[in-house]
Unconditional design. Structure first.
Length: 83
């Protein structure tokens, strides 16, 4: 929703950059993220992480998900493919 209007209905009532959280043990909040493994070890593997954020249309409810670091995730994906 880069143009700040909804791609589905055209509304300009878009709420941007909302965190997506999971409530874990003892109601602890954890932001959801994408993880791509970058090493191939038995223990202590490394991962590239990208926190998920959302844009939500206040008219029709369309939700779009984004990560802040797509370039780093792409590089990690390419590295993972080569493992």
């Amino acid at each position: 929703m880069e143009d700040k209007s909804c791609k589905k209905c055209g509304s300009n009532k878009v709420i941007e950059n909302l965190s997506i959280v999971d409530h874990g043990h003892m109601n602890e909040k954890k932001q959801l993220s994408i993880h791509i493994q970058t090493t191939d070890q038995l223990f202590f593997n490394k991962f590239e992480k990208g926190k998920l954020n959302a844009h939500v249309c206040g008219s029709c409810g369309k939700v779009e998900l984004y990560v802040a670091n797509p370039d780093e995730l792409w590089q990690a994906f390419q590295k993972h493919q080569a493992l």
